[in-house]
Design a protein around this ligand. Structure first.
Ligand code: SAH
Length: 262
């Protein structure tokens, strides 16, 4: 038997219906390449193998790999990689030609999503089990106070939706949070912006979440109130809005006006 390692976010899924729904949401074809992060004891891995796709299961905990092999054998379409998923080399893959399907360790949710959506080589889609609150933050629409930097980063690169709610009792050991399955479809079209500058502006806007957007911007960029209001008007943004109210297009407008200004 293996020992459960809390620090590796080990909460194993035990509801087979949830597994079925994850597989459905992933829309897997037999010629797909799938990366699974943290296969654990293999409940999801086993279902992934049955789709016939080529599965790359990346597991950090060597003890679990032994259990995984014992549980599911070594089918031809499974490659188990003993590694930290954050260090997993994607150079064998091609953008748009692989999918990520996983019940991930929650402590690395944000860096993991960013690795895949911001990196040079991007998946076609990601179906991920994450903490419910994080799913809500990622999918928060304009006007929702949960809308923050992670929301905008994800929306910049992908269309995100919550596909399933999963109660904590569906895991062993039972964690102290509920979960949701999200699906991120990576956008094909690339916006013509300097990403570093774009996100600098987003961060500036979000710096003081409760404040109106003109306050946050003038504080960060050292503009006068008049200057700030003029830029916001040109961007078709009411100066009294808060950063959480802005649509992605409004952030792009703002970026374009600031880029022209400097
Ligand atoms: N997918 C399994 C296990 C989920 S628990 C299930 O649904 O039951 C999270 C899994 O991620 C564990 O197997 C844990 O060992 C693994 N893990 C934790 N950190 C990791 C990392 N940095 N890279 C790869 N796997 C990791």
């Amino acid at each position: 038997m293996f020992k459960i390692k809390k620090q590796l976010g080990q909460n194993f899924l035990k509801n087979p219906e949830v597994v079925t729904k994850i597989i459905e949401a992933a829309e897997i074809k037999a010629d797909d390449k799938i990366i699974e992060i943290g296969p654990g004891t293999g409940i999801l891995t086993e279902a992934l193998i049955k789709t016939g796709a080529a599965i790359f299961a990346v597991e950090k905990d060597y003890d679990l790999i032994t259990t995984l092999k014992r549980n599911i054998g070594e089918p031809k379409n499974l490659k188990i990689v003993h590694q930290d998923a954050l260090w997993f080399d994607l150079s064998l893959f091609e953008t748009g030609k692989f999918k990520v399907v996983a019940n991930i360790p929650y402590n690395i949710t944000s860096p993991l999503i960013r690795k895949f959506i911001e990196g040079e080589i991007k998946p076609e889609s990601m179906v991920l089990m994450v903490q419910k609150e994080v799913a809500e933050r990622i999918c928060a629409a304009p006007g929702n106070s949960e809308r923050g930097l992670l929301t905008i980063i994800v929306e910049f690169y992908a269309d995100a939706e919550i596909v399933l709610q999963v109660p904590r009792k569906d895991f062993y050991p039972v964690p102290n949070v509920d979960s949701s399955v999200i699906k991120l479809k990576i956008k094909n079209e690339k916006r013509n912006v300097d990403e570093q500058m774009f996100f600098k502006i987003v961060k500036a806007g979000l710096a003081a979440k409760r404040r109106q957007i003109h306050n946050s911007l003038s504080a960060t960029f050292h503009w006068t109130k008049e200057e700030t209001i003029k830029i916001l008007e040109l961007s078709e943004i009411k100066p009294t809005l808060r950063a959480e109210d802005l649509t992605l297009d409004q952030w792009f407008n703002l970026y374009n006006c600031i880029a022209k200004k400097s």
